[in-house]
Design a protein around this ligand. Structure first.
Ligand code: ADP
Length: 547
């Protein structure tokens, strides 16, 4: 028909036909252009998405992908289009995936990112990788139901997550291995525990779970006597954030008292707002017990020392008392003995004189011995009296010029010194705190002994003196017969002598008096000597009154 019409067509009609066709072509071209523009926009949109995109039809065939998907899975667009989407799923999961896909198309609902747990994609080279996929159903007129899948590669995130988990495990191990309890507590009314490390069980016998499940356990286990103090001390930590640091007691499950050194601080969030409390508690029971044992020991020791001191003081007092009594007795005895003794001596002498002719030689010898004995006893008694008078008849203590004392002694002993031909010298002598009379007695006894116990060497006596801290150290050195060191102590005892009276006269009281005088002055006296090479007597005196 159209051929017939062509044959019969008029040129106007033909022209009209051509015009219509041209219009049609122009319309088609415009439509094509518009379509291309839309497609370009659409593609631009697809490509600008950060994730891989794939559109799948109801048969599970891929109808569209963006370049991110190509890159992600290692396939080119041509290799993917028209292929079942399972191509992108690991082989072991493909069966399951197909079922899930069919179920989804039967009941399509949007499924956002993160709503699936673990999903895996498979690259062209077979490598698997973790993905997250969101699905959006799309009803089209021409192609029916389509699904847009957004595919996000999450290896990096997974790695970060597992790194985080590993780090967390490391920190947890660290926290749970240290020999202390760590804890976190909320900042609410009761400071409820958010975390406590499992060491709590070793510390107090409650498991980590029990501790966390019972929000008041930590408070009820605080030692009743420490609760109030703890509340007071802890308040500023919650309030102003001052770090908490204190020692307090807990009661363990079995009632044991556990000493704890606790430290806690306030942790703030990034904006500086108080967030929670974090702290650590150390068991210091062992240390505390040792400390308490030590304190008890100290107390016992102190008590014992006090007792001993008291006993010593009592003994010293008793000793002083009995010494005083003895001195009194010696004084009285020697004083009172003198009288009858004088009577014995004088009547014996009278008897010797008057009855000289009536007595035979034996009788005369006996009487002579009686007289000798009485005289000796008199000397002893006089010495004893002198000894017991030390401290009774002195002038009292005063700053005393020892050089003057030495000069007096030289005067007193002038004859003896001259007779012996002794060379008597002295260092410069100081002022000392002393009883002058007694100091004369002391020096005279020592120099007297040096004169008495001389050897056949020309005698040299030297009085030395030098300062030693807050005291003066005196020495009286001679080059006489010397003393065997084993008698170094004995010679200071009353009536102790080393020689017969025939050789060296004396009663053995001189050094006992010296010792008594020096000790009254708070000093010490001792001798250093080498037999046959002389002796040095040392004594100390104070340079100022004693407190
Ligand atoms: P006495 O001089 O009466 O014997 P002392 O008490 O003064 O008593 O001395 C006791 C003893 O110490 C003396 O008998 C003597 O043996 C010894 N002695 C004292 N001074 C000296 C001295 N300078 N050299 C050697 N021996 C001494």
């Amino acid at each position: 028909m159209s051929a017939m019409r062509d044959d019969e067509a008029h040129p106007e009609e033909l022209e009209e036909e051509v015009r219509r066709l041209r219009e049609r072509i122009a319309q088609l071209e415009a439509a094509e252009l518009a379509r291309r523009q839309v497609e370009e926009k659409f593609r631009g949109l697809l490509e600008s998405a950060p994730d891989g995109l794939a559109i799948i039809n109801a048969q599970g065939a891929i109808v569209l992908v963006n370049s991110q998907t190509e890159r992600l899975f290692g396939y080119s667009r041509e290799e993917l289009l028209g292929q079942p989407v399972e191509l992108l799923v690991p082989e072991r999961l493909r069966g399951r995936h197909q079922l899930q896909r069919q179920r989804f198309f039967a009941e399509p609902t949007a499924r956002p990112m993160g709503s699936q747990l673990e999903l895996h994609g498979q690259r062209k080279d077979g490598r698997e990788f973790p993905v997250e996929i969101s699905l959006t159903p799309l009803q089209t007129e021409t192609e029916g139901m389509l699904v847009t899948a957004t595919i996000r590669e999450i290896s990096e995130r997974k790695r970060a997550e597992s790194e985080l988990r590993r780090a967390e495990a490391r920190y947890r191990t660290l926290v749970e291995q240290i020999p202390a309890v760590t804890f976190m507590a909320a900042l609410d009314e009761g400071n409820n525990e958010l975390y406590v490390s499992p060491q709590i069980e070793a510390l107090l016998g409650f498991s980590q779970r029990e501790w966390l499940e019972n929000p008041i356990l930590w408070h009820s286990q605080l030692h009743p006597e420490d609760r109030e103090r703890w509340n007071v001390e802890f308040a500023p930590t919650c309030g102003t954030g001052t770090p908490f640091r204190s020692v307090y007691r807990f009661l363990a499950r079995d009632g044991r008292v556990v000493w704890v050194h606790g430290e806690a601080k306030l942790v703030r969030d990034e904006a500086g707002r108080p967030s929670f409390l974090q702290g650590v508690a150390f068991d210091i029971t062992g240390m505390k017990e040792a400390e308490m044992d030590l304190m008890a020991l100290n107390q016992t020791l102190e008590q014992r020392v006090a007792e001993r001191t008291r006993e010593a003081e009592e003994r010293a007092q008793q000793l002083a008392q009995s010494n005083a009594e003895l001195e009194q007795f010696a004084y009285v005895a020697s004083h009172d003995l003198q009288e009858p003794l004088r009577a014995v001596a004088s009547f014996a002498r009278l008897l010797a004189r008057r009855c000289h002719d009536q007595l035979d030689d034996n009788g005369r010898d006996y009487i002579e011995r009686i007289v000798g004995g009485a005289v000796r006893m008199q000397t002893l008694i006089t010495d004893l009296l002198t000894y017991s008078r030390v401290g009774r008849q002195g002038q009292g203590f005063a700053m005393t010029d020892s050089a003057g004392v030495f000069a007096d002694v030289c005067g007193n002993l002038r004859v003896a010194v001259e007779e012996s031909g002794a060379q008597l010298t002295a260092d410069p002598l100081p002022m000392v705190w002393a009883d002058r009379t007694e100091l004369v007695q002391l020096l005279q006894n020592l120099i007297g002994n040096a004169l008495k116990f001389r050897s056949d060497q020309p005698l040299r006596i030297h009085i030395g003196c030098h300062q030693d801290g807050d005291r003066w150290l005196f020495s009286v050195r001679d080059n006489g017969i010397g003393i065997d060191p084993k008698y170094g102590e004995k010679i200071f005892l009353i009536f102790q002598r080393l020689h017969s009276r025939a050789k060296y006269p004396g009663t053995g009281i001189g050094l006992a008096i010296c010792k008594k005088i020096v000790e009254r002055h708070g000093g010490r006296i001792w001798v250093e000597s080498t037999p046959n090479h002389g002796s040095t007597f040392h004594f100390t005196l104070s340079d100022e009154p004693e407190n």
